[in-house]
Design a protein around this ligand. Sequence first.
Ligand code: ADP
Ligand code: DP6
Ligand code: CO
Length: 330
Amino acid sequence: MKAIAKAHTNIALIKYWGKRNEALILPTNNSLSLTLDGFYTSTRVVFKEDLQKDTFLLNGTRIEGEQYNRVTQFLDLVRNLAQKNIYAEVESINAVPTAAGFASSASGFAALAAASSKAIGLELSDSELSRLTRQGSGSACRSIFGGFAEWQQGEKADGSDSYAVPIAPQNHWDLRVAAVVLSAKMKKVSSRAGMKRTVETSPFFKGWIESIPSEIDAIKQGILDRDFEKVGEIAEANCLKMHATTLGANPPFTYWLDSTMSVMQSVQALRASGIPAYFTIDAGPNVKVLYLPEHEEEVQQTLRSIPGVDDVKLSCAGQGITYLGDDEFV
Ligand code: ADP
Ligand code: DP6
Ligand code: CO
């Protein structure tokens, strides 16, 4: 009853920002992402008859508290599905900063869902696995797939039609993403808390939701046509709208640092100088820059020269869930 799974993070080009059901993690809008090769989680799950409770080791450290509770509550769902009352040892390694706005919850819960469901003997289709994964962290349901994936919000109250579907595979388009590291510190407001406060208090939330359907349709067409300007423009605008909703919340908040703004302005300056590049930002200060392979040198140089930039990590499109052998778990 053991399995090891590897999952990559994804960057949302159309953001998931708002829940209609917090317990089931049902979103208020469809979202769309690109899975990233450069950031991932590997997780080993071993179910054992003699355990009295689950244990969780993250990057070699024994975890208790909120992060432990999220893992064990997720394993309860897996136990329920399998109709088996048995605890697990979970060991996970994040090749991504944890809780810093690099989507560790996406790779983390996708890897946990895949490893735990396999270890307990469930044989799930990709859609079933995505639907299960969604209940660990919403954004994670898109990381089941490589390349571009859309999380369809669904309509049903029980969430049975809320899961991600593939839009275009990893090899469809060599789109690149530079992750600009400004701070790898844990954020003060988690994604979960931030979107909850926004839904409950921000008057801008209504406008956010109204703008999504046309953006989703247009960006999907842009992806299929490999139309970089179209995809970049929509992604950048969608990111700015999402972050605008936090300024309208009560109490107001923002994930940005002043260096976040500097990077955004540098990307816009790159564009003005004729190099197509666009930014997007998840729930954190760090910026992801979309570009095409032929502009990698200029984009990288520009980003590295901005004051406040600690590192720039280049990534291409990543693959979906894979299962590893024991000797591959490092
Ligand atoms: P992020 O931007 O990193 O996704 P979130 O606030 O959405 O930030 O989620 C961070 C939380 O995700 C962590 O505090 C932890 O509860 C959970 N998480 C991160 N990595 C893992 C992992 N490898 N296994 C299980 N849970 C994880
Ligand atoms: C801004 O999936 O981390 O990155 O479902 O509460 O775990 P929970 O939240 P999470 O939220 C991600 C928010 C986002 C946008 C996105 O990834 O779509
Ligand atoms: Co997250």
